[in-house]
Design a protein around this ligand. Structure first.
Ligand code: GRG
Length: 318
């Protein structure tokens, strides 16, 4: 069709159909393994549809009412109806509501309170059990910022903790002294971007480490000596974008790698060419292409992982 022609090789319509089908299926392998993180899956799928310009294919009221059923009495969200709350799902729930301009259905105080697993040293835990990880610092800061409640935490301390996870190679790990990993780097750079603290980063040093993630095939890996994976098109590229070093990688080769990971018949994107597709990699592939300014895609914000127009609506008003 016209759209596919304009978009070159990205099989937009097939990806849309794939995502809509995943939403409806409930008996195959992927939906069974996804059962406990359906709220995450919904965020990945719905954000992909929006970037592809196809969000109108879903029934907003149906999605919002299902998301709200995943809210726990504590105020946080679980991965599905009746599951325990965790900040991992709470962020996805808030992002879905942000996507649909429906944050007004939330009791903001109740949700914000539930994200406050803020420890004495400035770190964050993901739930009442206390595991500490820079992922949870990012989630707390991103979520509270979207809810306009960043003033509920000690931002200075939270930033100091993130800086304490910075390594000599310029990257970040999940706790102080832990190995640099592109996923954790996204979390740390994102949290610093959201709080206006990017001056704590040596952009050339980190930019060098990140652009070294590109391997021969054009794909990106998450740390040295590892295999490339489409999801790092998001974790690495968003970080490079936030520190203004995205021009240090070979964009054309990365676009080609992502397009090579498509199932051009049934839709969906996989981690590497010829592997099985899933919604997670479909989202990160399309989001990566958006950061690479692939024609016809909506722009995505590298820190909030939401379309730029959604972020602008929240922070600048319509
Ligand atoms: C809003 C986009 C968004 C995210 C929310 C949960 C989260 C915040 C961030 C997760 C960041 C992270 C740690 C991503 C990495 C995920 C991943 C593929 C880990 C695999 O690690 P290994 O060691 O794989 O199994 P490698 O590729 O190193 O061999």
């Amino acid at each position: 069709t016209k759209i596919i022609g304009r978009m070159g090789e990205l099989v937009v319509e097939r990806h849309v159909n794939y995502i809509l089908a995943v939403e409806k299926r409930n008996d195959d392998f992927e939906s069974v393994v996804m059962e406990h993180l359906r709220v995450n899956g919904a965020y990945w799928g719905l954000t992909t549809l929006d970037i592809l310009g196809k969000i109108e294919t879903v029934n907003i009221d149906e999605v919002v009412s299902w998301v709200m059923k995943c809210q726990h009495e504590s105020g946080g969200f679980g991965g599905n109806i009746g599951h325990d709350a965790h900040v991992l799902y709470t962020l996805s729930a808030v992002q879905i509501l942000a996507l649909f301009d429906k944050m007004n259905v939330l009791d903001i105080d109740k949700v914000s309170n539930c994200i406050l697993y803020h420890n004495e040293d400035g770190s964050f835990s993901g739930d009442m059990w206390g595991e500490v990880d820079t992922r949870f610092s990012y989630i707390a800061m991103c979520c509270l910022s979207l809810l306009r409640r960043l003033d509920m935490i000690n931002v200075e301390k939270a930033v100091k903790y993130i800086v304490s996870c910075k390594n000599l190679d310029g990257g970040f790990g999940c706790t102080p002294g832990a190995e640099s990993h592109a996923g954790q780097i996204f979390c740390c750079v994102g949290a610093l971007a959201i709080t206006g603290s990017l001056h704590h980063i040596d952009k050339d040093l980190l930019g060098w480490w990140l652009c070294e993630r590109q391997v021969k095939s054009g794909g990106l890996n998450g740390r040295p000596e590892k295999l490339p994976d489409v999801c790092y098109s998001w974790w690495v590229l968003s970080s490079l974008t936030m520190i203004d070093r995205v021009h240090w990688i070979d964009k054309d080769k990365l676009v080609k790698f992502i397009l090579d990971c498509q199932d051009t018949e049934k839709g969906g994107i996989s981690d590497r060419p010829d592997d099985a597709v899933d919604v997670f990699h479909t989202y990160f592939g399309v989001a990566g292409l958006s950061l690479l300014e692939y024609p016809g895609l909506k722009a995505i914000d590298p820190a909030y992982a939401l379309p730029v127009d959604v972020v602008n609506r929240i922070f600048l008003g319509r």
